[in-house]
Every structure is written in structure tokens, then in C-alpha cells.
Design a protein. Structure first.
Lengths: 241, 241, 241, 241
């Protein structure tokens, strides 16, 4: 049941709005919605604008935060977040260390899976956006710390890095990890990827660097074909302690 | 702390063994291990063979079940399981429907993330392997049902299909899903992929078909290059209700 | 030595111009050039604008026609033209049948390699652009025919199709080919690709369908990485008689 | 018309043989062939074994030399040779410099297209295999030189390198090229690719590094899908003078 301040997706025939349940009104292309009407409703229920147009309620999922959360830069793509989850086997028993938080999209995904997440963001102005996004996602198990991740002293099952990486980050990650735990380092450039591999190979028992090329298959009346756009996003190096 | 019947990874200098804590002995290339010594120990502890060679204890993760679980056929690759998790935003609030179970690798990944998983396997002899693998993974929230998934009457946040798909499976998935929920259908062949897209487009609000090409970057003394092996595994069509 | 009416590339410090040697003047960002000065010069020579700015002469190559020829639609990409050449082993002994001509980029590449090329373009207004482009490329061994390629009665070493393909095109290509000759059919959509494969497999001794994903590696001060843009262009099915 | 010593492909129902027209006999799975019978025949004609089984005559094309020529190592793949041809716009007016020759597969392709090819192979024992393969291909415009390509003093439209490359090779290639000409350097490893790009960018007007991922689409009764094997072969850096 929806409570005050919950983030909600409202889906009309053509448009979708990301709103907050509670006080206030919201103007759509089909008329005005009273946001207080959302409180007490559930996924699948409808509310109507003052013109009688219906909007169906969806409870946002991590995928929606990728689309609607406030961004501080380009976040990791879901396909790359999925690779980190899969190649580390992230699960509800895990304590996860994440840096740098960025828009907190990865932290929101991880917070929905792991027991707890500690995420470090160096820039105070970014960290406040992170906290807002994580709060919107309704996650209580994600802690945003401001500063340098190298100050972290905790013990973790998984360390995830999406920052300008140095050998110190690899050594620190190794020290933070439980035996059998994983470091997953995301690096868009080959040079940083080489830094990760070269440093990790002397420390970890297993180091594998993955690259994925993702395409969409488009199917229209003209025919079916891979979309002409493909993203190189980055390399993900997965290292096991 | 390790209990009797827990599955454990024992890591020697060059070899790794997947054993069960409790009664019995286990022969390695470095001598014999008493498996009862594992009980009460923790990740990172060591036990020694009768020849004094140490083996370090790791608690297995979903990634290890991909490597060590008994297989009934080719399981989905971790990269594809990761895509399903990411593009559906799977998290600890979710009830997941999974079919067909196969070796239960996907079900083990999902069980470590979601609130609960119901997984359907048509062949009784496969289902018993699934139950064994899921039990080894220590998961209590995954139920294996034997029979045709179309008999399932529950309500779910996510439906995942890895079977020879028909339009009926798509319609049934739609009916099982909560508003805002996702179907993710894995299909190795284009013809089945077309079936999924064509049926789903009349039902779901959003249908996107993904293909990923995964490569490893290999780095040796000779130089760095993408590995010459690449896997087409299959298409993943993600449909939102 | 450059003759009147030869097409010429003029390369300034930042800009390149595609001009015709002979009468007339040409305005650049650096002043005016007298095009009659080009006649009698050679690749590598310079001419100057009325302001004294030098432009170096290059003799255009097929790659330049891809950039500068007048287009009637999206031409085949060089990487795909290269695949056709390589998988058919196109060489100076070959008689090549090409359809549809489009902007004649493929025909210009083939004309520079083969003994002769016959290329069919259905639309008269396109055919006249083709003839102009082929003439600009200085090729005397490429004949543009207007109409339906199925009317062609000649015998060829290679047939190349880049048009909306039907089973009749495949059967006709088989009939036109010498024993040991090749059909290469370019199809952007899977449905047309299936038509090619299914029809060809009953006729030809060897049918292989290729897809290539082309990426550029970009190297800047920030680092090296694959460009984030990748093109699916189409499938090339190569069939040997 | 086939002459004595011409290389010929003989195609039976299931097998193909690469033979030399002229004296001698050749044993097949279907009986013995008299190779002198080939002289005077043409592509498409048949000869029969002593058991009466027919074999159809094909005149070998560059693609056949990729399959049947004697190899001294792994040759460049046709897709990569095609890229070199396409991105340099190789044609019958071109003088081409090629190094190292290897099995001469690239030199055979280039010789069938360009006016002339000079190809350098460092190892004398490899060079003799090259000469044999080029002779089998019936090419009179390809000269094999033994030694270090840096000794070459000629002027060329295209330089193609498939060897362990150094900055000296790039500088030398630049010096050998006509204005507007192209260097295409094939490098399997990233480190060598970086050497090419970094050296070339200070000399050439245009430097683009290409990578292609080639897949086959397989179509069987089970369905259609990309083949699960994909080759990273190497990077091709194309530099224009």
C-alpha cells in the first residue's frame, strides 16, 4: 500500500510520470492529478485527472530509477550492472562496497539485492543527489559516505569500483574483501583496464576481464534486424580473492 | 559458521574441490581431508590433509554453482542471467516465476536475490537434480514444481522463461504478472525470438529484445587482445506489463 | 598527368575539396582557385588561391567516391564492399554483374578491380546519377543498364545483389554464373536473408551467410577505447555455383 | 582453356581436389583421374575416373588459395583482406607494397587486383613457399623479395603490413607512399596497434583504426542463429598520406 512520500509511476496512454505520493498537484498533458489520492492505493489501481483521464499506478523498480533518477553524470548501463551482479554472484547475504556512487544507479540495484551497501562518493554535491535517489528508491540498507573510498575499513563480500582507478584501489579492495569475495572494476578505457589486470594478477586467485557488446533486435513492418546503434560502455574486470 | 551438510569450496595451491561438510573423507592430489573438521570453521580458515598440505575454506557463491552444480544440460550463461536481473530490476521484494529450471543455475541466482522463486521443470528426473542443487546452495525460498508451467496460478513480479517457447507461454506470463512487472524470455533461435516479440507486442506496454556478445580481454606477455572465442548464447526479450 | 574534366581532390590545411580540372573558378575558405591550373599537374603538386594559400593535389580513389560521389540513397559501406570482394575473390579476370546500382559506389569499387562490370538500376533518374559518378571515377569498363536485372542474359564470374531480393533473383543469378562463380547478396533485414539462404541452398554448392560488426578504436588523451558507435549494416550471403 | 601446369579444382559429389593439369594420375575416393585430360578443357567441363565417376572442373579463385595454398603460418582472414582492399580502395592502377608475405594469401588477393605487388618475406624458407603459391595462382605481377622490407626504395600507392610492427615500419611506409596513398597495418595485439596509431598520427593526414567482429548466421531445421564461434583476428589501422 502506497504511503506518503513514496515515489510512484503514473502511466497514461502515451506518457509516464514519476511523482511523489502526498500533498500537491501534478499537471499532465491530460489534466491535473491530486497526488494525495495516491496514498493508500496499490500497483495496478488508477487515479483520474480533473478531466477524467485515467492514470495507472506502478511501483517503481530499479529499472525506473535508471530512467528517472536525477543524474550527476552518465551512469553505468543496466547490462554492465547485470554483469557485475552475475559475475560476483551478488545475493542477499552480501555486504557490498561501492565507489564512486555517481547517480547511485548501481547502488540502488545493489541495495535491492544485497544485505547492505556502503557507497563512497568524493564530491559532496553529488553525494546529496545520491542520498535523494536512494531515499526515493525506499532503500534503508544503503549508506552513502562522502570522501575517499580508501578510508573505508570495513569487511565486504563484494567491492565494486566505477571511478578513475589506481593500483591503490585494487590493493585496498583486496584488503577489504573476505576470502572468496569479488572485486568488480568497471573501466571505460583500455589503459585503466590494464592497470586493473596488472595489479590484480599478483593479488587475486582469479582475474577475468569481460567486455560486452549489446544490441537490440528491432522488428518493424519493414523487417527484423539488429539496431544500428551499439554501445561500447566499458570493460569489467572481475577478480576473486 | 559452517554446519554439517553445508557445501564448501576447498582451495589448494592449484586445485579447488567442492565438498560437503560432515562425515567422511575426501582424497585430494595432496592427501586426505577429514570433512568433519570443516564443521564450526569459517570462510578463510584452513584445514590440512594427512600430509600436512593446507586447503583454504571458501563459502560457495552462485558463481560456484555455475561451475560445480550437477548439470542436466547447458545452463544459461552468467552474462545472460545478469541481463535478466538488470533489465527486470530483480530485487528482494520480488516473487519470481522461472521455467524451465534445467540445472537450476538461474533459479539459484534468482533465489539469492528475490523474496521467493517458483521454478517449473517438466522432466521429473531433471527436477530432482534441481532440488539437490538448490538444497546445496542453501536456499529455502526456491520451490521446484514438476510439470507444465502453464498450470501455475500465482501472481509474480517477474516471469523468466528458458524453454521452447510458444505464444501460450507469453499470454500466461502476462496473466501471472503484477502491473509494472516483467517477463524476460531467453531464446537461442531467431524464430522463437520472433514468436516472443510478436505475441508480446499486443499485450505488454514495452517490449525490447537484447542480444549481447561477450568477450574476454586476454593479457599475456605477447600482448593484449580480445579472446578469439565469443559466444552467441541467445536473445533476451524483456516485456513490461 | 591531370587532364581536362578529371575529378581532383584539393587538400588545404583543414579542408578538402572535390573539383573538376578545367575551365572555371572555385571558391574556398582561403580564397579563389583557377581550376585550369590543375591540367598538366600531378598528384602531390600544389596550386595556390589568389591569396597565396596552397592546396595539394590528390587523385581521387574509390574511397573518395564513397565520401564525395552524389548519392541516391544510403550506399553499401566499404567494409561490406570489402567482404564481397574478399569472399568472392574478385579480380581482374572477372566479369561482374551488379544490381541495383544505387549511387554506384559498389560498382566503382568493382570497376577498379574486375575486367568489366554490368550494373542494373531500375530507376532512370538514379541511373543517370550512376553514370555521372562512374564517369567521374574515370572507369570505362562499367556499363549501367536501366531496367530489371532479370532481363540480363550475360555470363558472369560474380553476381552481386543489393536490392529487395526475391527467389527469382537467386535463380537468375545461378543461371548467369559460370561454374565456380559466386553470388554475393547483401540484405539488411533477416527476412530477406532467410529468402536468400533458403533459395540458394537448393541450387548452389556452398552457401555461407556473414555478418560483420565494425568498430573503430579511438585513442585520445583520455585513453583508448572502442568507439561507442557500431553499425549493423546487413548480412552478406555468399553462394558458390 | 586449361594449359599444362595450371592449378585446377576438381569437384565430385562430396569432395573437392586441388590438382595440377598435365602429366600424372590422381587417386580420389571414386577412382583414378588422368591429369593430362584436363589440358584443353574449360571451367564447367567434366572428366571421369577410371570407374566412370565424373568430376567437374573449376578454375581456382583467390578464395580457393585461402583454402588450398600451402601455409607457413596463420594467414590473414579474407574478411580482413577485404577490409584492407576496401579501406584503401585498391584497384588496377595501384602499385602495392606488402610485408610480411607469410603464405602469400594477401599477396595473391592483391595481385589479382592491383597493377603490381612487391611483397617482402624475411625468412628464405617461407619465401620459397610464397613463390610457389603465387606461381600456382598464375600471377605474373607479384614479386617476392627476401629480406627486410625497410630496404625497399620504390614508390607505391598502398603499403600493407602484416608483421611485428615498429615505428620504423610506419615512417618507412610514409616515405614509400605517393600523396593520397594508404598504409594499412594489421596488428593482432593492442600494444602494436597503439604503436601504429601513435606513430602514424604525427605523419599521416588521416588515421582510423578498425576492428571487425565477423559471425556466420547458421540456419538449420532447429532454427536460425549466429554461430557461436566468432573470431577476433586483429586491428587494421588505415593511414592516408
Amino acid at each position: 500500500m502506497i504511503e506518503e512520500n513514496d515515489r510512484i509511476l503514473l502511466c497514461g496512454r502515451k506518457r509516464e510520470y514519476f511523482v511523489t505520493a502526498g500533498e500537491g498537484r501534478f499537471s499532465t498533458d491530460k489534466g491535473i492529478l491530486e497526488l494525495s489520492e495516491l496514498v493508500g492505493k496499490n500497483a495496478g489501481d488508477e487515479i483520474k485527472t480533473h478531466l477524467g483521464d485515467p492514470f495507472r499506478i506502478k511501483i517503481p523498480r530499479p529499472t525506473d530509477f535508471f530512467s528517472y533518477a536525477k543524474r550527476t553524470g552518465a551512469p553505468m548501463l543496466p547490462k554492465d550492472i547485470g554483469l557485475v551482479i552475475a559475475y560476483t554472484g551478488m545475493n542477499h547475504k552480501d555486504r557490498v562496497l561501492d565507489a564512486g556512487t555517481g547517480s547511485a544507479i548501481a547502488a540502488i540495484y545493489f541495495g535491492g539485492i544485497a544485505e547492505s551497501v556502503v557507497t563512497w562518493e568524493q564530491r559532496e554535491e553529488f553525494a546529496s543527489v545520491c542520498r535523494k535517489n536512494i531515499n526515493d528508491a525506499g532503500l534503508c540498507n544503503v549508506e552513502v559516505k562522502t570522501g575517499d573510498v580508501l578510508e573505508e575499513k570495513g569487511v565486504f563480500d563484494i567491492v565494486h569500483h566505477d571511478l578513475t582507478i589506481t593500483p591503490e584501489h585494487i590493493v585496498h579492495a583486496f584488503e577489504c574483501l573476505k576470502p572468496g569475495g569479488y572485486l568488480a572494476a568497471y573501466t571505460p578505457f583500455l589503459e585503466h583496464t590494464f592497470t586493473v589486470i596488472d595489479t590484480a594478477e599478483d593479488l587475486f586467485t582469479e582475474v577475468v576481464c569481460h567486455e560486452t557488446i549489446g544490441r537490440e533486435l528491432t522488428r518493424t513492418k519493414r523487417g527484423t534486424r539488429p539496431s544500428t546503434r551499439v554501445c561500447h560502455s566499458g570493460y569489467i574486470t572481475v577478480c576473486r580473492k
